[in-house]
Design a protein around this ligand. Structure first.
Ligand SMILES: [Zn+2]
Length: 299
């Protein structure tokens, strides 16, 4: 039986995206920048938004043009990101991601993803030459060998593991406070499928074996902090609350929780769950069968 995939993931909501034929049309792009495009400033995870989670769109100035990235072209006009060296007093996308309007979240998420990528890729991976923006900011080109490079996205799996009695396995990262718990996650390695990564990560981090036939894909969302794509799964192990052996390096503690135990832990403060912007929160709610109270969230 297949279920509907997760909906309402904060950073994967609807929104228009710039089409390829505009990204690759420098005449159109130069004209757009000179003629009324609106830009939002971004630096790292932070984007220029006000207290009501409205992005602050300003006319693109001449000095903005060589650090502008095309976001979207719609009946709202042409929208770009302006890459800033330093963030102003702006919120992180992690904080405003759930509050932005559907029409703005795709712009904001692409802006943060591209800001991170451009900041981290000033040089050519082939020859070490200096690169500059290309294709309306959706690529960089090497000034020495003219090779073109595109933004990288690193796939990661994130998994709600269940036991035979429908408990959920939640882990606490070694660098987290004692009451923060989440689903287990890890990057897909070179030469590995997403499903192989699920089985390997859960064995490495928690010391339990996933039943490979139990894997159920639940949806994905971008996580541009700096460049991940989170692929969400549910998976099961055999038996009732099998002993976990956390790796103690990445994961300090892994606990099997019934729904009642999760609720009790949240009520007495010994368990805090991830914020609503994360796919982890949605995977847990998917198992729990209901939305989790906002009081249960960690920052
Ligand atoms: Zn090069």
């Amino acid at each position: 039986m297949s279920r509907q995939l997760l909906t309402g993931l904060a950073l994967a909501r609807a929104g228009s995206r710039a089409p390829l034929e505009l990204k690759t049309n420098p005449e159109w792009w130069n004209t757009a920048l000179a003629a009324g495009a609106l830009g939002v400033a971004v630096a790292g995870d932070r984007i220029d938004a006000d207290g009501d989670a409205q992005l602050n769109w300003l006319p693109v100035t001449e000095s903005d043009r060589n650090r502008a990235v095309l976001l979207s072209e719609s009946d709202r006009g042409i929208r770009v990101a302006v890459l800033a060296d330093q963030a102003g007093d702006w919120p992180s996308l992690r904080v405003v991601g759930t509050e932005l309007a559907d029409s703005e979240v795709a712009d904001a998420t692409a802006a943060v993803a591209l800001a991170h990528w451009h900041a981290r890729h000033p040089r050519c991976p082939r020859c070490g030459g200096v690169t500059e923006m290309h294709e309306a900011g959706w690529a960089r080109i090497c000034l020495q060998d003219e090779s073109v490079h595109y933004p990288r996205t690193d796939p990661a799996v994130i998994v709600l593991v269940r036991d035979a009695d429908d408990r959920a396995l939640l882990g606490r990262r070694a660098d987290w406070p004692a009451n923060w718990f989440s689903t287990l996650a890890g990057f897909v390695e070179a030469g590995e499928s997403a499903e192989q990564a699920v089985v390997r990560e859960i064995a490495e981090e928690a010391g339990v074996q996933i039943l490979p036939e139990s894997l159920e894909y639940r949806g994905s969302q971008p996580w541009p902090f700096p460049s991940s794509l989170m692929l969400g799964y549910h998976a099961s192990v055999a038996g009732s609350a099998p002993t976990t052996t956390p790796d103690l390096d990445e994961i300090a503690e892994a606990r099997w929780l019934t729904r009642a135990e999760l609720a009790a832990g949240a009520a007495d403060g010994t368990v805090r769950v991830p914020p609503p912007v994360s796919i982890a929160r949605h995977l847990i709610e998917d198992w729990f069968g209901d939305r989790l109270s906002s009081d249960w969230s960690r920052p």
